[in-house]
Design a binder for this molecule. Structure first.
Ligand SMILES: *[C@@H]1O[C@H](CO)[C@@H](O)[C@H](O)[C@H]1NC(C)=O
Length: 398
């Protein structure tokens, strides 16, 4: 009897595996691989859109890298499979992609065998101690080592593609030059030490965000929180960036015209405004003023549909008590996730009836792009400049 049960388990188990793992055929036009070695999720997502555009322009398959995460108290990065957070299928509607673990399992022996792995970089990367390596030195440092080594990848050669070639396939017809210099038959995999992309994401690639769809797990966690914890009715999602590293970063605004994702509100050439402390690190009073203004605006537009709550995502201080205290008279309560889960935060912010973000933050930029793709409204704290609206703001104080 038990052997029959075993056989049944065996059959079910193997069927599940067969359903889960898609079988991929070799792309004769080659592949693009890279390590998302710069920054946290927001930066990596910006880079991802550029890499997607780059591989599409070269007509190569993009190998979807795992997301690189840094955990408190751990010296090495952790790699999280791409599909833990996003659907592979919706990206395939735009271009050819394959998750890195599937590529390594199914295709690497044939396409990119050990002993023939070239690492691509713009120019030499020095060793950690600053001395010359004469190579891309692709596995030196964190997260570089963990990323490639997690797949058992060692590099046998380096290729410096700069200064003649750049990633900018949008403006210069670079795609043709890449394919001439590095034909897929001789270079089946272009494996880059960092993302073949600009930061922040180029304006022309922002729209690609629409192919980035949350995985069923993230979707369901976000929906459950909204359903079970937020009061019935509409809510505003806000993103507060106020940790110590952020405060230090905002110190630099006097020296620069743009910082991180600020082009999303200021325009790529500052055609829509100038960087300011109000935008980078708005005061508590500014936050409240902006929220109240949005609540009123929402009511004017939607008549019977009022804002009932505020959902807060933050890297540091969610200011729940402060918000509750100042919004009590409007009968609005503030909420946050009980645990630290930035991806569920993002998914919830993406679903809010209104979003107010930090224009400088690439985390906020992710939300803004997703909402734009869905036609949902967003604004930024401290933008546009409050001065023009100051006299009316005084009358607003409750
Ligand atoms: C792009 O690559 C695919 C194979 O992956 C090939 O069938 C197709 O013809 C290529 N397109 C162009 C325009 O070369």
């Amino acid at each position: 009897m038990s052997s029959v049960v075993n056989i049944i388990y065996f059959l079910i188990f193997n069927t599940l595996i067969a359903i889960n793992a898609e079988n991929y055929e070799i792309d004769v036009n080659g592949y693009v691989a890279y390590c998302p070695c710069m920054g946290r999720f927001g930066n990596q997502a910006d880079h991802f859109l550029g890499a997607l555009s780059f591989s599409h322009a070269l007509n190569r398959t993009l190998i979807l890298p795992p997301w690189v995460e840094y955990r408190k108290g751990e010296s090495k990065s952790v790699q999280v499979p791409f599909k833990t957070y996003f659907k592979v299928k919706s990206l395939q509607e735009f271009t050819k992609v394959i998750p890195m673990e599937d590529f390594m399992d199914q295709l690497s022996d044939k396409v990119w065998p050990t002993g023939h792995r070239i690492s691509f970089c713009y120019s030499e990367r020095r060793k950690l101690d600053g001395t010359s390596s004469g190579s891309c030195n692709a596995k030196d440092g964190n997260p570089f080592f963990s990323f490639w080594d997690g797949f058992g990848i060692d590099f046998d050669k380096s290729e410096f593609f700069g200064p003649l070639l750049t990633y900018d396939v949008i403006h210069r017809g670079m795609d043709v030059i890449w394919n001439e210099k590095y034909s897929p038959d001789k270079y089946p995999v272009l494996a880059f030490t960092g993302a073949p992309a600009a930061f922040p994401v180029q304006a022309e690639n922002v729209h690609l965000h629409k192919y980035l769809k949350w995985s069923p797990e993230i979707d369901s966690k976000a929906d459950k929180f909204i359903k079970n914890f937020l009061p019935k009715g509409s809510f505003i999602g806000i993103h507060l960036r106020n940790g110590i590293d952020w405060i230090r970063a905002c110190d630099h605004i006097k020296d620069v015209k743009q910082l991180f994702a600020s082009a999303q509100c200021l325009g790529y050439n500052n055609e829509k405004g100038a960087l300011s402390m109000d935008i980078c690190l708005p005061s508590q009073e500014q936050l409240i003023r902006k929220i109240k203004r949005v609540v009123k605006k929402f009511k004017e537009i939607h008549k019977n549909n009022e804002i009932k709550s505020i959902y807060v995502a933050s890297d540091n201080n969610h200011m729940i008590e402060y918000l509750n205290e100042h919004l009590r008279r409007m009968k609005i309560k503030a909420f946050r996730l009980p645990e630290n889960n930035p991806h569920v935060d993002l998914a919830i912010l993406g679903r809010a009836n209104y979003f107010i973000g930090n224009c400088v933050s690439s985390f906020s930029a992710f939300v803004k792009r997703e909402r734009d793709a869905r036609g949902f409204p967003s604004e930024f704290f401290g933008y546009p400049n409050e001065k023009a609206q100051k006299s009316s703001a005084r009358h607003e104080e409750l």
